[in-house]
Design a protein around this ligand. Sequence first.
Ligand SMILES: [Zn+2]
Length: 478
Amino acid sequence: MVKRRPGAAEKRRLSTAAITATVSSWEDDPGSGVRVTRPVPNLAAKPLAFAFPKPAPPAGMYQPGTPDFRYWTAAEALRRGADFWAKRVPLSRWEVGQVLKVILDEGVDLNAYYDRKALNFFHGPSPSGTVYSGESPDIVCHEMGHAVLDSFKPQLWAAASHEAAAFHESFADMSAILSAVQLPSVRNAILTDTGGHLYRSSRLSRLAEQLGAAIRAQQPDAVDPDCLRNAVNSFTYLNPVNLPQSAPASQLSSEPHSFSRVFTGAFFESLAGMVAATAANENTPTENELASVANDLAGIVVAGIKAAPVVSNWYAEVAAAMVKAAAAVKAAYVPVLKATFVRRSILSMHAASATETLQKSVAAARRTASEPLASVALTASQYGLDKPLLVQTPSQSRAFLATSAAPDASPIEPDSAVTAARAFVDDLFRQGRVDYNQVGRPEARLEQGRRLRTHRLVEESGAIRLERLLFDCGLCRR
Ligand SMILES: [Zn+2]
């Protein structure tokens, strides 16, 4: 029998590790630098399969800093997160089909995005060397979160609404947090690090430490001081229509990543509160208790999203539907969620106290879910366009009026769908996020440098349509 000589790739693997059915990857982010050994993930596993770049390096225990380690870190994190959501939503396919493409390194940029074709990752400079956004489990599970939400609430994709866009970012951050919680080693470490008090800054609350450091080096006020975004924060709801379009990370703006932190903060605070309210010993919750509450909360978030109509005050509608959904899971969760949403002003006290009356038939919920968003023609001369601009507005019908609260605690009357859409579109143009796509006279356009465009214009007979291209997740203003 002739012995086969190992090829180069195989030699590399054999030199770094014995042949195993495991891979080595980061637990949550290269910035926190904690490694974990995991079973080899099956990327083709259904229902939520992935297509990774070919050829795949042989599975093995690679060293950080190598392309093979990055490949398996991304694969392990995405498989873990997708398996969690596939069961929890539940999902039988992606919005894009049976298989979601993953492009691990598309070139130089401190960024990542989901564009209804693939999850896209990049590499870029940082003070500590080159960073790869696809190497961070936090970031890959954030991008996958966009794809998951798009697969069960596709109306949010095109809705011209600050709250819908910001919620997409928030859900993506929740996806990163909940995917990390699936690792027992993370649960144990976080409970130890926080002394059992989960609402404290920790590796779990800090998203994407490494990419955050790289962006901070270029734009010091674009991200939090210790990560990209921290789920432990004290932001409270303000109507995004009245907020500045952009602000330093220490303040709230209507920019989707900035505004997402209001809901993510409420989510993380709820997680901590629900663990404390249900643990056998509230001062020393166990990792099993944390896993079980995180699983319940994920289900409550999903139920809230499914039940809520896509309207201008989407945050309040989701929050009210979550409180309602929690009652069917565990009574002890209800006051925690109500108190958190009220403290964050996402729900007014009036709305929180009225959630018991939120009776909505299954048939009505289904009707809302499939109700298309109304297209409205906005005058667009201020954007340099000589025809009206058609946009999809957050216009589904409400079965229940949930309200957020103003700073003086009074309920905020929701804006009309058209007012919300106009404010959102104004910000897109002011921020240079629209690709004019040859539409309109060049000298009339508002175009800014090479900034990644999230939307584009498409000319139709007698009008111009605004179309979403992607959810952009970096914060660099090139
Ligand atoms: Zn994002």
